[in-house]
Write a protein that binds this ligand. Structure first.
Ligand code: SAM
Length: 290
């Protein structure tokens, strides 16, 4: 493959396999070897590391990952691509290609995720692979608009749901823009390569499944009201949760007792919102034993 393009080669293989790239599955294949090199360089894989690749497609990234790691688990949902990869890597020992939906998979332990992910399920993928007690490092190609929301630093006005959820578990390290024309077919969206690493100080509240899922609901529930004061946003969140026994004055008093000002949601930092979710959780579940 020359460094510039292997668009024709990709088209040929897809034709041979009878695959028409499926938008719903985010099938936009990397056709530029320099991006693959950049991803490998940024991954800083050591040879005892295990890699998770989500959606290997035609294996453009996979074949390089195999050279530098102990093992690659490659999850591909498309059966034709899975068969192609099985054949392509039939002589290679340190790969397991798995024909499964990553969102349903019971993924073996791994150190790092290197992947050009299916863009339409970025949120659920993050939740599955990163919002955990010991998340792996990540080198990912994702939609640029999502990357921007993750990398908002200290611009709390631009906070969104994914900014808060992601930054509660992970540290965004670097981001590079990538032209959409480095993929075939070219997607409609702009893309970014992001390098992220796990936080070492994830709030212990987030380490149980029940609490974590409350936190994610809480963030999703207050962010639509991010220009309101926190008490109003919490009030609307609780109403949407069908919790009716916490009138606004009661929430206001509760927060006051905890030394939390009734500021706009955008004034709160990520860690303060995690703490706040814990307080509201306690208020709802412990006071009332719901
Ligand atoms: N890694 C390849 C590349 O860079 O050329 C392909 C990347 S393409 C953006 C996304 C890949 O994810 C496709 O091969 C698609 O079939 C696969 N995929 C989509 N949804 C998936 C899912 N839920 N689980 C596993 N693979 C999935």
């Amino acid at each position: 493959m020359n460094d510039n393009m292997n668009k024709r080669e990709t088209q040929l293989i897809l034709n041979e396999l009878g695959i028409i790239p499926n938008k719903r599955l985010g099938q936009n294949f990397l056709i530029d070897k320099t991006i693959v090199k950049k991803i490998i360089l940024e991954s800083q894989i050591s040879e005892d590391e295990v890699i998770l690749e989500i959606g290997p497609g035609l294996g453009a990234l996979t074949e390089e990952l195999l050279k530098f790691s102990k093992k690659v688990y490659a999850y591909e949902i498309d059966f034709k691509l899975f068969q192609y990869l099985k054949e392509k890597f039939s002589q290679i020992e340190n790969i397991e290609v798995i024909n499964e939906d990553i969102l349903k998979a019971n993924i073996p332990p791994h150190n790092i995720i290197v992947s050009n992910i299916p863009y339409s399920i970025t949120g659920p993928i993050f939740e599955k692979v990163f919002y955990n007690e010991k998340p792996p490092r990540g080198i990912l190609v994702i939609e640029n608009s999502i990357a921007e929301r993750i990398f908002i630093q200290n611009k709390y006005k631009n906070f969104s749901r994914i900014t808060v959820s992601f930054n509660a578990f992970m540290i965004p390290v670097k981001k590079y823009n990538i032209s959409r024309f480095k993929f075939f077919p070219a997607p409609r969206i702009d893309l970014s390569l992001i390098i992220v690493k796990p936080r070492e100080d994830i709030n212990p509240f987030l380490l149980s499944d029940k609490n974590k899922s409350f936190f994610l609901r809480f963030v999703a529930g207050i962010m639509p009201y991010k220009n309101k004061n926190i008490v109003n946003a919490i009030d609307l969140f609780l109403k949407n949760e069908k919790v009716i026994n916490f009138p606004k004055p009661k929430i206001l008093q509760y927060l006051k007792n905890k030394n939390i000002n009734n500021d706009k949601v955008t004034k709160f930092k990520v860690d303060e919102l995690v703490k706040l979710s814990e307080l509201i959780f306690e208020l709802m579940y412990e006071t009332l034993s719901i």
